[in-house]
Design a protein around this ligand. Structure first.
Ligand SMILES: C[S@@+](CC[C@H](N)C(=O)[O-])C[C@H]1O[C@@H](n2cnc3c(N)ncnc32)[C@H](O)[C@@H]1O
Length: 287
């Protein structure tokens, strides 16, 4: 039997270099493989070795992504299928696990059958970089930093609102919406943001008009609002899926914030002006 320490593998190197630890396998997680195939932790894979995500982290990932029965969860590099199976078993989601290693993919299929969720879990034997997973509403992964970076443009182009959860590794300049933690492991959640960048004409009650200029980097918004002849800078602006929340800085003479949703290429929401709520409709006037 090969031991983890004996395998010179990038995931373990990254784990060591980043000071992260592979959480010890618990009694429950000790069910590695079955009578037909017994994989070992640290065994080589196409682009990354197999190390199963600990049960507590699987729970936390599913919880953070708010997985529900209407979701299609795709686990990139599915290993023994534990994340896909948990999503189906505990949250009633449909799930797909993409796994390159044929023996591991076959094990994942058998695990899904044993768990009684083979009607909702599909294991695709293939290369995660070659399978189209654009229909996913939740993507999970436990890969390597450079693999996350290769995936970043694909993930960034997914439908707004898609949740992406990564065990251990981030995506550099694409800051997560939140960090997730268990006693032994950590990870990140991103919610793919809609694109609000550009110039917006806002209609307020009683024929009042405003112009909103938005610059967007991932979930962060900057820019300004022209209202009643004043230009008021954005102090803090954030996109969460199709939603935006903006707190404006001083300049308007009163506390001002905007919250809205992108629907049919229009912003519909409310402007809070000194605590008073007014409905707002916005339409795009330029890029
Ligand atoms: C670190 S393990 C994670 C397994 C599982 N997602 C989990 O969190 O328990 C990574 C898995 O990705 C698989 N893998 C590596 N390169 C792959 C590729 N290009 N396409 C699909 N699977 C791949 C490995 O065989 C391994 O099972």
């Amino acid at each position: 039997m090969k031991r983890i320490g004996a395998v010179l593998n990038p995931l373990l190197w990254v784990v060591c270099l980043m000071g992260l630890s592979i959480a010890p396998v618990t009694a429950d997680e000790g069910r590695l493989g079955d009578e037909l195939y017994k994989p070992y932790v640290g065994q080589p894979g196409k682009d990354v070795i197999w190390v199963p995500t600990p049960d507590a982290m699987v729970d936390e990932m599913i919880q953070a992504a708010e997985v529900g029965p209407h979701d299609l969860v795709v686990d990139l590099g599915a290993g023994d299928g534990k994340i896909a199976i948990a999503a189906a078993l505990r949250r009633g989601a449909r799930a797909v696990g993409i796994e390159f290693d044929p023996a591991m993919a076959a094990l994942a299929k058998r695990n899904a059958q044993r768990a009684g969720v083979s009607d909702r879990v599909t294991i695709v034997e293939g290369d995660l970089f070659k399978v189209d997973f654009s229909q996913a509403t939740v993507v999970t992964m436990y890969l390597l930093p450079e693999l996350n970076m290769r995936l970043k443009p694909i993930l960034r182009a997914m439908r707004p609102g898609t949740r992406i959860v990564s065990h251990s590794f981030g995506m550099e300049s694409w800051s997560p919406d939140r960090r997730i933690e268990t006693a032994n492991a950590s990870g990140y959640l991103w919610i793919v943001p809609a694109n609000f960048q550009g110039l917006w004409n806002l209609d307020l009650p009683a024929g009042r008009k405003a112009k909103l200029t938005l610059k967007q980097i991932h979930q962060q918004l900057s820019g300004s609002l022209e209202l009643d002849g004043k230009t008021i800078p954005i102090e803090e602006g954030r996109v969460t899926g199709y939603g935006l929340t903006i707190q404006f800085g001083p300049g308007g003479g009163r506390p001002l914030s905007l919250r809205g949703q992108l629907m049919n290429r229009k912003i519909s929401g409310e402007l809070l002006e000194a605590g008073k709520s007014q409905l707002v409709d916005g339409s795009k006037a330029g890029n």
